[in-house]
Design a binder for this molecule. Structure first.
Ligand code: TRP
Length: 333
């Protein structure tokens, strides 16, 4: 008998250009997970307005992010890929879950503390209750697993606590999701400060590779990558810059660190940086070509996100209805 595939849910915010860090850390894995699991993906646009957005830029970022994910190999035929604001149940369940989430819990979220420090002029209630919306995203689909990076682990842990609390009161309504830690997939660091995560908000633009950087720019950024005063290409403590480049090279080529050390034995940092840069250029080339194609085909994108939203609405409505009925709301039909 064929075993039922595990359900995976994940989402990414359309908050600007996608980086090499997003791609190697998450999206490349999502692509592979589509065959093994029953995946559902979303663009978390409702989350994005917790930080003020300029309307035209926001709209463009949503289209660009959608096209980028298609270009990275997300296939809506295999895994529905919808836009969060198109599926009404997310905001609805988020309200409900807000009432099962404690002020104290939300106050302990490190991302809230960081973001409220960074956007001190707009510490809005949405920024604070954001984890309840994220819990709704996940729990609506009865997801078994959620691939998340280190920065979202605390939010996933809170989602589990909310689910357990709700189930404790009303019986089994929500599946309690497990974090999914990908076996591959590097945590990509800044090329300029390899102790920090690669981020598009990095002050130094040379630290971050964008998915749509030209080959020229990519090579330049890698050539300027910060390394160390040693000269050996080995993975070792204290060699954050080289370790980061090795992680990137390994994730793209599939080569182990030992293979890479052997390949570059007796060679200099310059040669290695060039090799990593070239590998990245070649990895991104087909993605960039597909991005151009999908971006120009809004009708195709619309077909993908409409169909996906229709599916997501149907599945998630069942969970929302069940949760509301348990609470005691009067069913509308
Ligand atoms: N909060 C996540 C981020 O900023 C995006 C996200 C929203 C998400 N809903 C989710 C991730 C559900 C995993 C599951 O990166």
């Amino acid at each position: 008998m064929e075993e039922k595939k595990k359900r995976v849910f994940s989402a990414i915010q359309p908050s600007g250009t996608i980086t090499l860090g997003n791609y190697l850390g998450a999206l490349k894995n999502w692509k592979f997970m589509q065959d093994e699991f029953d995946c559902i993906f979303a663009l978390a646009d409702l989350h994005t307005i917790t930080v003020r957005q300029e309307p035209a830029t926001f709209r463009k970022n949503i289209y660009d992010a959608y096209a980028s994910l298609l270009a990275c190999g997300i296939d809506p035929e295999k895994s529905p890929f919808f836009i969060q604001s198109h599926v009404t149940t997310h905001a609805q369940l988020a309200w409900v879950l807000n009432c099962y989430t404690q002020f104290g819990e939300l106050s302990r979220m490190t991302q809230f503390k960081d973001k409220s420090a960074k956007h001190a002029d707009n510490v809005n209630a949405g920024l604070f209750t954001y984890p309840a919306l994220m819990a709704a995203d996940i729990l609506l689909y009865q997801a078994d697993m959620v691939p998340v990076g280190a920065d979202q682990k605390q939010h996933l842990e809170l989602s589990r606590n909310i689910a357990e609390r709700f189930n404790g009161i009303y019986g089994n309504v929500f599946k309690v999701p497990e974090p999914y830690i990908a076996s591959k997939g590097a945590s990509v660091k800044s090329l300029q400060d390899p102790t920090k995560k690669m981020s598009k908000s990095d002050e130094n633009l040379n630290g971050c590779i964008m998915l749509n950087d030209s080959p020229d720019i990519i090579m330049k950024k890698f050539k300027r990558a910060v390394t160390d005063s040693d000269s050996k290409i080995v993975y070792a403590e204290g060699k954050d810059g080289i370790n980061n480049l090795m992680g990137i090279y390994s994730t793209i080529t599939g080569k182990s660190f030992e293979d890479i050390e052997a390949e570059f034995e007796g060679k200099g940092y310059g040669d290695f940086k060039t090799a990593v840069g070239e590998a990245v250029v070649e990895e991104l080339r087909p993605i960039q070509e597909r991005f151009v194609k999908y971006s120009a085909d809004k009708a195709y994108m619309q077909e993908c996100y409409s169909k996906s939203a229709e599916f997501a609405q149907k599945i998630s409505q069942r969970t929302l209805d069940k949760a509301m009925k348990k609470i005691g709301f009067v069913p509308h039909a």
